[in-house]
Design a protein around this ligand. Structure first.
Ligand code: NAP
Length: 392
């Protein structure tokens, strides 16, 4: 996805946000000078028109302190076309101008209030701005994987900016959606007991696709059903490539300390359908129709597995010297083979004395669980910003 300023268009379609000049608007408050007399933290929401961003927007008011007081004050919401700002006079809805995000750190610092930016986009370029925000003491919360799974130098810059700006940084939703995956890895690592082996199913979409195939659907039918249920990326070929799973494994390895700065493991990736074939049809043919050409190959693989009482899964696996993602078979009664709906399952092995294995399993995809994870990170980030004010 690329940033697109080309066709600015203003609309008042944000859920819960209506441009109402001269009146106060629920959810958006006028900027306050100074610190935070009302005990709230400013929020800038990127991607409020998206699935996850829309769910986060609707539930911002649910984030409250232990005394039940709201902790968040939505100040701005931004998508590719528009920029909505809460002002003393009401809502200012503008076409988005170039530089809107690049100037965010200066704008927020000028308000002198604690702030958190929530990036609910899937834009691979946006994370390059996180270091500026974090260094300025602005928190960042996001389900966007690109800052954590991509370029190592950017990942390091983000982490060190969070430390130097003493700013909260939350990205729990990038792996396992609402499951406590990254927090568990960090706790194990902090205790000197990071796992040395990870076996995981972390694509809820592919759990659904393989589950439907084992229930008798062809590959093209299973992908169409997952797409119609809103469970795939806009282009389902992105899910079938396994790249999303490889990104998640990269994040897991970094959090587990298994990806040294100068020796990032190479992740072998086997897609569900060949990359070259996917590239040939991408953007040219209807994906579901084109996938019918892959049906026979997968139907034969499914039949062979079932004759051997096995099931197909899309597995991520890492141990010292080896990291890979790809389709694999497991025994039909293996817990990985029995995953339901969009469940994820992670088995962390080699933890050391005492507990040698940790298993995390549960819903690992979906709008609501992802939004819940973002809001939990946001609540923590807001509390940490307020604490910082209190001790300053
Ligand atoms: N859906 C899930 O189950 C799930 C689970 C875990 C993680 N995630 C992650 O959550 C994120 C959001 O997913 P989604 O399904 O909600 O995506 P989505 O429906 O496509 O929404 C993306 C939102 O981001 C906005 N956006 C994109 N690029 C932007 C940019 N450069 N500047 C400002 N706004 C921009 C879009 O605005 P426009 O209205 O202008 O297009 C839209 O509001 C992704 O990173 C995804 O990987 C999703």
């Amino acid at each position: 996805m690329t940033t697109n300023f080309a066709t600015p268009k203003t609309s008042a379609s944000h859920k819960g946000l209506e441009p109402t000049a001269g009146r106060s608007v629920p959810g958006i408050r006028a900027p306050l000078p100074g610190h935070s007399p009302d005990g709230t933290v400013d929020v800038v929401l990127i991607g409020h028109t998206g699935q996850v961003g829309g769910a986060v927007l609707e539930r911002l008011g649910d984030v409250r302190d232990p005394a039940g007081r709201p902790m968040l004050a939505l100040r701005e919401s931004i998508n590719r076309r528009e920029h909505v700002i809460g002002t003393e006079r009401g809502l200012d809805v503008r076409s988005r101008a170039p530089g809107t995000l690049a100037e965010l750190a200066r704008r927020l610092a000028g308000r002198g209030r604690p702030a958190v930016v929530v990036d609910c986009s899937a834009d691979p370029d946006l994370p390059a701005l996180y270091p500026d925000w974090l260094r300025a003491g602005i928190g960042v919360v996001t389900p966007n994987k690109f800052g954590f799974a991509g370029n190592r130098a950017l990942y390091d810059r983000i982490q060190s900016a969070a430390r130097s700006g003493r700013a909260p940084l939350g990205y729990a939703a990038t792996v396992g959606a609402g499951l406590p995956v990254l927090a568990t890895l960090r706790r194990l690592r902090a205790s000197g007991r990071a796992p040395t082996k990870i076996t995981a199913v972390v694509s809820g979409t592919l759990v659904q696709v393989f589950g439907r195939m084992h229930d008798g659907a062809l590959l093209s039918e299973a992908v169409a059903a997952a797409r119609d249920a809103g469970c795939t990326e806009p282009d389902p070929l992105d899910d079938l490539s396994g790249k999303d799973v490889a990104r998640k494994l990269r994040i897991l390895l970094r959090e587990a300390g298994q990806a040294a700065e100068d020796a990032e493991p190479v992740i072998d990736r086997e897609p569900v359908v060949e990359d070259r074939w996917a590239q040939e049809i991408r953007g040219r043919l209807d994906v579901i129709e084109a996938l019918q050409r892959q049906d026979a190959r997968w139907a034969a693989r499914l039949t062979a597995a079932e004759q051997n009482r096995q099931r197909w899964i899309y597995r991520a696996f890492a141990e010292p010297g080896r990291a890979q993602v790809g389709p694999a078979t497991v025994a039909a009664d293996d817990p990985f083979g029995r995953l339901d709906g969009s469940d994820n399952r992670l088995v962390l092995d080699g933890i050391g004395n005492g507990a040698t294995r940790v298993v995390i399993e549960g819903p690992g995809a979906g709008i609501e669980v992802t939004a819940t994870s973002v809001l939990s990170d946001l609540a923590e980030a807001a509390a940490s910003q307020l604490l910082r004010l209190a001790v300053a």
